[in-house]
Design a protein around this ligand. Structure first.
Ligand SMILES: Nc1nc2c(ncn2[C@@H]2O[C@H](COP(=O)(O)OP(=O)(O)OP(=O)(O)O)[C@@H](O)[C@H]2O)c(=O)[nH]1
Length: 696
């Protein structure tokens, strides 16, 4: 059936096309000209509107309505006589069966209006016109008509925006309140009566420098503490394992290292109660030892030091203690509060001493949870098993998880079909601090996802779906601090501390920056340096910044590409400088709200130096290969060697073969000379950028 055009409808309604167009435009419809086609629903609605007998009344009451501007004749001529006058074939076709329906709806309308006087309603985001009509006990067609009079072209099944609902409610004299519905928001945790809290085992992460023996220590701990009845029950890798000493349990997370720890934390999940820092007695404190210390400190997790490899002849535990003291971990025997235990993972020495100390620290922490409520936990590992479907290992943090419980985990949902512990034993229930493998989820969740037990599976599914929707709209990335909005956030009382991570090219700069930055602390804002180090800005630095809401200051160093990507995703502010004064000046301005983002650097591309040519009288020409983006003759460039900026300036020349060129794109080779700089080396990276004024 062909669609009705505006001029055809006008003819049928005995109006000029011009008049009809003007009416329709006033109703908010986008009509181009008399040839425009109309949807059947639109035709129905217009016809319905034109034939409503009450229109005359409405027209007089509603002085602000557009219909007023029109000639009575136009609108009234299609009143009751309308049916006979315009009931021609076309309209019959469109209205045919609808006629009866309309009559019925008017009857219904009268019926509902008689018995119902609604004076207050709760508006739910996303409700349709029909749902709204039902709520206020009016016929949907009447609401549609009233909307039309208010110049809103909404159909019965369209979503009604709150502002429009408000206007309708005003018209009907109804009080309207918006129901705040947190779609996808997990139910709040039940509050605990202090008497309901019971001690729970500590959860421990092992950290330390590469090759200092983290994995060996975890193995030694697991193997020396298999209780008699478990012998034969081989430890399964599920992401965490439980060991027992003198009837007390300790849970170890299987993935050692501060990266895993901070990555979970950056997702808002902190499971670890105690960090065991492994330091090899023959090697001492190394860069990743320092990182681990700072990551644990940033998370306010107590550290126990395991001085490992004491079986080695060159082991020197005292030297390790001395070095630790330099980083603020003063051993107990020297009057500090850091517990240091000498161990040998290889010879399985000192393992029980270490476990005893973990239990002691746990006791001091008074780790407690209420086991008698719906469980909540955190996923530490998840995978898709061919036979069993999605499998997640979660650590129950509070309450008790039972087989049959309906759960929501991130955007996955389901019912706990079966649970297994780290020895592969089937469990019916799991209390606080128990790591369990859970089967029965709709999809594979992510490490760091919260597991929450809800009333039933339907609720779990609804929540999961709502969360998925929300996820599509916005990634769950929380607002991070940036220097630019520091002042705003301070004003709003959102932050009282500024956490900073410093990375620089040499130790001297690190120290100088740290001292200068710490001096900026004031009563309003405490400045903390969470971590500092020499070298490029890594993914781990960004992770720590994301987890601790910190900014990163890079001095003569750059982020590597992974760090750059992660910072973009996590919205971590990385500030790069070449002059210490600028760093301090920027932070000072930021504290006063005076930092204006006037200029910003725009990355153009990177080229790798692959060959060098010395040209006498001219200098060094770098034979380069453009890795990504482009290099432009007019851009600024910086020369980067092992992540450190060694030169910043302009290209003196840019050539392809013998020709001077304006720019060279990724995948091409070029020859470049740097302005007044010849100390170029093979493997150096040349980064091109421009400085752009930021539109205010
Ligand atoms: N002599 C001696 N060697 C050890 C001891 N503990 C670990 N090792 C050795 O040190 C090396 C590194 O141990 P790992 O346990 O793999 O170290 P890691 O810290 O887990 O290393 P990454 O996982 O690579 O970070 C291995 O060759 C171990 O055999 C120890 O107590 N004594």
């Amino acid at each position: 059936m062909s669609k009705l055009r505006v001029y055809e409808l006008a003819r049928e309604l005995n109006l000029s096309s011009k008049d009809l167009i003007s009416k329709l435009t006033d109703l908010g419809m986008n009509i181009k000209n008399h040839m425009s086609t109309l949807e059947d629903e639109e035709v129905n609605m217009i016809v319905e509107l034109m034939r409503e007998p009450e229109m005359k009344e409405d027209k007089r009451n509603e002085s602000d309505m557009m219909i007023d501007e029109h000639d009575d004749k136009d609108t009234l001529s299609i009143d009751d006589e309308y049916e006979s006058e315009f009931d021609d074939d076309k309209i019959k076709q469109r209205k045919g069966s609808k006629k009866k329906k309309n009559k019925k709806s008017i009857a219904e309308n009268n019926a509902v209006q008689q018995d119902a006087v609604v004076d207050k309603i709760e508006f739910v985001e996303g409700m349709t016109v029909r749902e709204f009509a039902e709520l206020i006990k009016k016929a949907p067609s009447e609401v549609v008509r009233d909307l039309l009079f208010m110049k809103y072209m909404l159909k019965i099944n369209d979503v009604l925006p709150f502002e429009v609902a408000q206007k309708l409610a005003d018209k009907y004299g109804i009080n309207i309140e918006k129901k705040v519905e947190n779609k996808g928001e997990l139910p709040e945790e039940e509050k605990d009566d202090p008497a309901s809290l019971k001690p729970r085992p500590p959860i421990v992460t092992v950290m330390g420098h590469v090759d200092h023996g983290k994995t060996s220590l975890l193995d030694a701990i697991r193997n020396t503490n298999v209780t008699a009845k478990e012998v034969g029950g081989i430890t399964q890798h599920i992401g965490a394992s439980t060991v027992e000493l003198n009837g007390k349990k300790i849970v170890f997370l299987d993935t050692p290292g501060h990266e895993a720890f901070t990555s979970m934390r950056s997702r808002g999940a902190q499971v670890t109660d105690i960090a065991v820092l492994v330091v090899a007695a023959d090697d001492g404190v190394m860069p990743q030892t320092i990182e681990a210390i700072n990551h644990a400190k940033a998370a306010k997790v107590p550290i126990i030091v395991a001085i490992n490899k004491i079986d080695k002849p060159e082991a020197n535990p005292d030297r390790v203690k001395q070095e630790l003291a330099e980083y603020g971990l003063i051993p107990e025997e020297w009057g500090g509060d850091t517990i240091c235990i000498p161990v040998s993972a290889l010879k399985k020495q000192g393992i029980n001493d270490l476990l005893e100390m973990i239990l002691l620290v746990a006791e001091m922490q008074e780790l407690k949870a209420n086991p008698d409520k719906k469980a909540r936990g955190i996923v530490i590992e998840a995978r898709l098993d061919k036979g069993r479907g999605p499998v997640a290992t979660a650590i129950v943090q509070s309450g008790t998880l039972r087989v049959g419980d309906a759960i929501i985990v991130g955007t996955a949902y389901g019912k706990v079909r079966a649970m297994f512990d780290d020895k592969g034993k089937r469990l019916k229930e799991a209390g606080p601090s128990t790591p369990v493998e859970v089967i029965g989820l709709s999809e594979v969740p992510e490490a760091g996802d919260l597991l929450v037990v809800v009333d039933d599976e339907k609720k779990a599914r609804e929540l999961a779906e709502a969360r998925k929707e929300k996820m599509k709209e916005t990634r769950f990335v929380s607002q991070k601090v940036t220097l630019e909005d520091l002042f705003n956030q301070m004003q709003q009382g959102n932050i009282k501390e500024l956490n900073v991570i410093i990375k620089a090219d040499v130790q001297g700069s690190v120290e100088a920056l740290k001292q200068a930055i710490l001096k900026l602390s004031s009563n309003e804002l405490r400045v903390n340096v969470l971590h500092e180090g020499v070298g490029i800005i890594t993914e781990t630095d960004v992770m720590l910044a994301a987890a601790s809401n910190a900014i990163i200051i890079g001095f003569n160093v750059r982020p590597d590409s992974k760090a750059k990507d992660l910072a973009e995703r996590e919205k971590v502010d990385i500030r790069l400088y070449r002059i210490i004064y600028d760093v301090i000046d920027d932070i000072e301005k930021a504290l006063k709200g005076l930092l204006e983002p006037e200029y910003r650097e725009v990355y153009l591309g990177r080229a790798e130096v692959r060959q060098l040519f010395k040209v006498s009288g001219l200098g060094t020409v770098a034979g380069c290969y453009v890795l990504d983006g482009k290099i432009s003759r007019t851009s600024s460039v910086r020369l980067i060697r092992d992540g450190v900026v060694v030169y910043e300036g302009k290209p003196a020349s840019l050539k392809r073969f013998k020709d001077d060129v304006r720019e060279v794109a990724a995948g091409y080779e070029c020859g470049m000379m740097l302005d007044k700089y010849n100390d170029i080396k093979e493997g150096d990276i040349i980064e091109a950028f421009i400085i752009e004024k930021v539109q205010q």
